[in-house]
Design a protein around this ligand. Structure first.
Ligand code: AMP
Length: 216
């Protein structure tokens, strides 16, 4: 299955992609995670991306398409993938179509995760990630369970993303409306779009997402 999760920052794309990855064995391909890895590694890409991410902007389309081309060429993506945070612009969507056409493996579905604005802000404010394993939690609604440990057996080392501050969040939401929301119509026209109500608990959203991707 080749899937795109579409939705505003804080709509739960990463959280649901991690659940689906564990259940279906399909890799979560998060361009945000790939960029954060480059930032941590201190590569040239990482240094350039860090400035853009901190300001809540978008990294250039040609760079993002290069990253995706490399990532989808890896063996674990052959059976399918869950794209989380890509595409974010029309040029990225077009580039992805061309790439998948060349590979003979078109998308199966694009799931739009619809969330009320005040829920988005609450999710972003409480979001924490584990520095080591990358799992995403929420301090109120989804904290690590008492016995839940990181892959190395230690407790999760939670931190707040630097771009989850108020000013950057405002900019990210505005960029989402301007650059990414038009993709909803684009994928609707292609007959790929499925909408789900992504308000509610993790389990409720998970159930709606599974129902949306189950062949009818
Ligand atoms: P995310 O983890 O998906 O919220 O992404 C964090 C940040 O990484 C975004 O605010 C952008 O600055 C950058 N980024 C992630 N994915 C993309 C993309 N597909 N195109 C451009 N920039 C991206």
């Amino acid at each position: 299955m080749r899937l795109v999760l579409l939705g505003a920052p804080g709509s739960g794309k990463g959280t649901q992609a991690q659940i689906m990855q564990a259940r279906h064995g399909l890799p979560q391909v998060s361009t945000g995670d790939l960029l954060r890895e480059a930032v941590t590694a201190g590569t040239e890409l990482g240094r350039a991306a860090q400035v853009v991410m901190q300001a809540g902007g978008l990294v250039a389309d040609d760079i993002m398409l290069g990253i995706i081309r490399e990532r989808l060429a890896r063996a674990d993506a052959r059976r399918g993938f869950i794209l989380d945070g890509f595409p974010r612009t029309q040029a990225q969507a077009d580039g992805l179509s061309t790439l998948l056409q060349d590979l003979g493996t078109p998308l199966d579905a694009v799931v739009l995760m619809e969330v009320d604005p005040e829920v988005l802000l609450r999710r972003l404010a409480g979001r924490r990630s584990c520095r080591r394993c990358g799992r995403v939690f929420h301090i109120e609604t989804n904290p690590p369970a008492p016995g839940d440990r990181c892959a190395d057996g230690r407790a999760h080392d939670l931190f707040q993303r630097p771009d989850d501050n108020e000013a950057t969040v405002r900019q990210r939401l505005s960029i989402y409306r301007e650059r990414t929301q038009p993709l909803i119509d684009h994928y609707e026209r292609m007959g790929l779009l499925r909408r789900i109500d992504a308000n509610g608990t993790l389990d409720e959203v998970d159930a709606r997402l599974e129902a949306a991707i189950t062949p009818r």
